[in-house]
Design a protein around this ligand. Structure first.
Ligand SMILES: [Zn+2]
Length: 334
């Protein structure tokens, strides 16, 4: 199978080899539309996800600005992952991107907006704090193989690790080791909150069905005693017992039951998949095929890891953005 031009942007290096997954690139079979309250701003926003050509990857459209779901546009932000381009920001993209990456929606156009048309910032709805709403929506509309703009099928590539790669800060780290299958092991430690304490979760080879059964429905968690200080920082204005599991240092879980006994730890895996999906390029897989081991990670550290992968000599094409708009308009009219 010959690779179309768009895939030439993916260059293997000593650290990463781009290899075929044996599958063709996919997109949605139809449009998804979901609206809901957002976690940090507390406003309501609407997301419409449209099918896209092979090789275009995933990207947001906000106020007519196109923002690729690429690590190139990820910006530092507290407690969520934000994409930013030309002053326009899309916040809390991680759960949506996690579902799209895990379900193999390799190419799509994600239109997002809220009622305030002047605002330069928008946020993806939080729903129940997990990725379930997105996974169910993807299943409802279905998937299809997608062609590139020349009418050719696009082979789906994935980044395979040849050597260990790691980033760390204080006692937190994200490390990845060569492995023929993707596997994620994640640890968290909250000694001051006994109901959470120290937990480890280790996935079996992380495919679509494992993700759906063991990861997708795990919800965002927060520590009750930290809620006030987060609110004072202007965060979690839309946070409630409906969109997060809340744990108190002294009282334990305030809104049981948990969906898994180690739900917080599984949610970190969900977040990691979403954040590393930003390494995807031109419809490839973003999460490297490796055994990834993380401990006490944050969105910022996950993003650092994705940046570290980008710096290994793998060319991440980021100049394609200006071209997408025209082609995706054509898809939507069909
Ligand atoms: Zn999360």
């Amino acid at each position: 199978m010959t690779l179309p031009g768009a895939f030439n942007a993916l260059k293997s290096s000593n650290i990463i080899s781009w290899k075929s997954t044996g599958r063709l690139q996919q997109t949605l079979a139809g449009c998804i539309e979901r609206s809901g309250k957002t976690l940090h701003s507390g406003e309501v926003s609407t997301v419409r996800i449209w099918p896209e050509y092979a090789g275009q990857g995933r990207y947001f459209v906000f106020q007519s600005k196109l923002i690729p779901a690429s690590i190139v546009f990820a910006k530092e932000s507290s407690l969520c992952t934000t994409l930013c381009k030309d002053g326009f920001r899309v916040r809390t993209v991680e759960h949506l991107l996690s579902a799209l990456e895990a379900k193999g929606v390799d190419n799509c156009r994600i239109e997002i907006g809220n009622l305030d048309s002047e605002n330069q910032e928008v946020e993806v709805p939080i729903f129940d704090g997990s990725a379930s709403t997105w996974v169910e929506a993807i299943e409802q509309v279905g998937m299809k193989e997608t062609l590139d703009q020349c009418g050719k099928t696009g082979e789906k590539l994935a980044p395979y690790l040849n050597e260990p790669v790691y980033v760390w800060k204080n006692d937190s780290f994200v490390a990845a080791f060569p492995s023929p299958k993707l596997q994620i092991t994640y640890g968290i430690d909250f000694p001051q909150v006994p109901a959470i304490g120290r937990q480890w979760f280790s996935s079996a080879p992380l495919d679509d069905s494992f993700y759906e059964m063991h990861i997708a429905s795990s919800r965002t968690f927060c520590i009750y005693e930290e809620v006030e200080s987060m609110r004072n920082l202007g965060l979690i204005k839309g946070g409630s017992l409906e969109n997060a599991i809340v744990c108190s240092a002294s009282e334990g879980w305030l809104n049981p039951p948990l969906r898994f006994h180690d739900e917080p730890c599984r949610h970190k895996v969900l977040d990691l998949v979403g954040d590393l999906s930003l390494f995807a390029c031109s419809g490839s897989q973003g999460v490297p095929v490796a055994h990834i081991v993380a401990f006490k990670g944050s969105h910022a550290l996950h993003a650092d890891f994705a940046r570290c992968l980008s710096r290994t000599g793998t060319a991440v094409e980021n100049s394609f953005a200006e071209n997408i708009f025209i082609h995706s308009e054509a898809v939507n009219e069909n």
